[in-house]
Design a protein around this ligand. Structure first.
Ligand SMILES: C[S@@+](CC[C@H](N)C(=O)[O-])C[C@H]1O[C@@H](n2cnc3c(N)ncnc32)[C@H](O)[C@@H]1O
Length: 475
C-alpha cells in the first residue's frame, strides 16, 4: 500500500474534546475484542500480503464464528479504515514525532484502526483509544502502549473536518486536491474522475463519495432460463432499472451464493453496468451474417455467460479467449451447456480464424470504476499502472479489429473512467485502422445521462452501476 505524499500544513488548535488522560496500565488483562481483532488482522493482511480486504475479512469472520453486531462492527472498521488509509496516514503523520515509515508496521495498523474510529465512527473517543491500546498491549506488549495512547489522544483533539484544514489544500487553491482529501482518494484518481466528468464541482464530489457506498448486489437472469421478473420474485429483489436481465437486491441481503437460482445456475451475480455492455453489443444493428461471436478477454466469464446464452438463442456460437488457465476454467464453469468454445490464449495472438461478426474486448484495466467493491484498491493502484495497461488495451483492440469481418462490430469495454484507458485508447487505435466509431448511446435503452456520445460512460452516482466505459466500432 502506498502512502500519499505529505503536505506541508501544520495542526491548528484543538476543535474536539479529547478523552480524559488514561494512564497506561501494563498489567491490566486485555479485553477480548473479536470485532477489532478481525479488523486489525484484515488490515495487516492488506498491508503485508497485498491481500484483498473483501476476501480476507469474510473468511476471518467465518473461521472465528463472528456474527451479528460484532461482524457488522468488524466490517465497518476494516473496510472503512482501508478506504480512509491515505487520509489517516496524513493525520497520523502530524501526530507522530518520527516519519511513519519508522513506526513498527503492526503498531501503525493499530493506530490507523484507532484513528478511523475516532474520526469516522460514533464510537466514543475514550472507547476508541482504550480498545486500540488494549490490542497494542496484547500484540506488542506494554512497551508501546504509552506511545499508542499519546498518538491517539492527539488524533482525538480534532474531528475530521478539523484535521482536513491542516492536511488538505483549500477548495480555492486546489479544488481537486481538496475533494480528494475530503473523500479520501489519492489526488491522481480524483483528477482522472474530474477529467472524465469535465468538472471539479458537485458532480465530482458525488462521484468520489459514491466510492464509499456499499453497492447493491446485482443478479443477472440467464436468458432462456428465467426472466428478470421471475428471478426478482424468487429472490425478493427488484427488476433492475435498465438491464432487461437484471435484478437488484438490497445491500445486506446476505450471500447471493446461497440463493437457489444462483446454485441452480439460472442466474449469476453481475453488476448491471456489465450486463448493459454485453447486451449493447448484441443489440447494435448488423447487416449480413450474425452467428460467430468472440469474447477476447473472457475470464472469469460474466459477460461470456450472457453472450453465450444470447448466441445460443440466435443459433450462433461464442469463442471465448482467456490467457490465465484458472480464469479460463471459471469461464468454462460459467458457460456450461452453452455453445461456447474456450481458448486458453493471449488475445493479441489467439490463433483463431478471423471473420467474427461481433467481438467484445473487455480489457484488463485499472478498475477505477469499481473502487466501491475493493476498499483498499484506491491506495494500491498507481498512476504508473495506466501506461502499461493502455498499451495492452490498444493491442487487444487492434487484434479485435483484425479478427472481426468487414462490416462487423467491436465493443471496447473497460471498468474505468480514466480518459487514457477510454477515449485515449480508441483514438490511438482508430487513427491506425479503417474502423469507424459509432454512437453507442442508442443501444443503452432507457439509460439516462449518457452525455454527448459517441461513447457511453456509466457512473455509480448516476446509474448505480460500476463506472463502465463502452465504445462501439465498425470495421
Ligand atoms: C476485465 S477482465 C474481463 C472480465 C470478463 N469479461 C467478465 O465479464 O467476467 C479482463 C480479463 O482479461 C484477461 N487478460 C489479461 N491479459 C490478456 C490478454 N493478453 N489477452 C486476453 N485476455 C487477457 C485477464 O486475465 C482478465 O480475465
Amino acid at each position: 500500500m502506498t502512502q500519499p505524499g505529505k503536505r506541508s500544513h501544520r495542526p491548528s488548535r484543538p476543535q474536539r474534546s479529547h478523552p480524559p488522560k488514561r494512564p497506561a496500565t501494563p498489567d491490566r488483562p486485555p479485553v477480548d475484542d473479536p470485532a477489532r481483532r478481525a479488523a486489525l488482522d484484515t488490515l495487516r493482511a492488506v498491508r503485508a500480503d497485498d491481500a484483498y480486504a473483501n476476501l480476507v475479512l469474510p473468511r476471518l469472520l467465518r473461521e472465528r464464528r463472528i456474527t451479528g453486531r460484532d461482524a457488522a462492527l468488524a466490517t465497518e472498521l476494516a473496510y472503512g479504515t482501508c478506504r480512509a488509509w491515505g487520509l489517516l496516514d496524513e493525520i497520523l503523520a502530524e501526530c507522530v514525532d518520527r516519519p511513519l515509515g519508522k513506526v513498527e508496521p503492526v503498531l501503525l495498523d493499530a493506530l490507523r484502526l484507532g484513528a478511523y474510529q475516532l474520526l469516522r465512527t460514533r464510537i466514543p473517543a475514550h472507547a476508541a483509544v482504550a480498545s486500540t491500546v488494549d490490542i497494542v498491549r496484547r500484540d506488542l506488549g506494554p512497551r508501546v502502549t504509552g506511545f499508542a495512547n499519546a498518538v491517539l489522544r492527539k488524533v482525538s483533539e480534532r474531528d475530521e473536518a478539523g484535521w482536513l484544514t491542516s492536511v488538505a489544500p483549500t477548495l480555492e487553491e486546489d479544488p481537486v486536491g481538496h475533494l480528494a482529501a475530503r473523500t479520501s482518494h489519492p489526488r491522481w484518481i480524483a483528477r482522472a474522475f474530474a477529467d472524465a466528468l469535465g468538472t471539479t464541482g458537485d458532480d465530482l464530489a458525488a462521484a468520489l463519495q459514491a466510492d464509499d457506498e456499499r453497492p447493491a448486489v446485482h443478479l443477472v437472469a440467464r436468458p432462456g432460463e428465467v426472466t428478470a421478473e421471475e428471478l426478482a420474485a424468487m429472490t425478493g429483489g427488484d427488476p433492475a432499472p435498465y438491464s432487461p436481465y437484471g435484478v437488484r437486491l438490497e445491500p445486506g441481503s446476505g450471500d447471493p451464493a446461497d440463493l437457489d437460482p444462483i446454485r441452480e445456475r439460472l442466474a449469476g451475480v453481475q453488476d448491471e453496468g456489465s450486463q448493459l455492455c454485453a447486451v449493447a453489443l448484441t443489440r447494435a444493428p448488423l447487416e449480413g451474417s450474425d452467428l460467430r461471436w468472440l469474447d477476447l478477454c473472457a475470464g472469469p466469464g460474466g459477460k461470456a455467460a450472457l453472450l453465450g446464452a444470447l448466441a445460443g438463442i440466435n443459433g450462433g456460437t461464442l469463442d471465448a479467449v482467456e490467457p490465465a488457465p484458472h480464469r479460463a476454467r471459471l469461464v468454462e464453469q460459467a458457460t456450461q451447456g452453452q455453445p461456447v468454445t474456450i481458448h486458453v490464449a493471449d488475445g493479441r495472438e489467439p490463433g483463431l480464424t478471423g471473420g467474427f461478426d461481433r467481438v467484445l474486448v473487455d480489457a484488463p484495466c485499472t478498475g477505477l470504476g469499481a473502487l466501491r467493491r475493493r476498499p483498499e484498491s484506491r491506495w494500491r493502484r498507481r498512476p504508473e499502472d495506466v501506461g502499461d495497461l493502455t498499451k495492452l488495451q490498444s493491442e487487444l483492440l487492434t487484434s479485435a479489429l483484425e479478427l472481426v469481418r468487414p462490416g462487423g462490430l467491436v465493443a471496447y469495454v473497460v471498468c474505468s473512467p480514466h480518459l487514457s484507458e477510454t477515449e485515449g485508447v480508441i483514438s490511438s487505435v482508430v487513427r491506425k485502422t479503417d474502423a469507424t466509431v459509432l454512437d453507442a448511446r442508442p443501444h443503452f435503452d432507457g439509460v439516462p445521462d449518457l452525455g454527448e456520445g459517441p461513447y457511453v460512460q456509466l457512473w455509480p452516482h448516476r446509474h448505480g452501476t460500476d463506472a463502465m466505459f463502452f465504445a462501439l466500432l465498425r470495421r
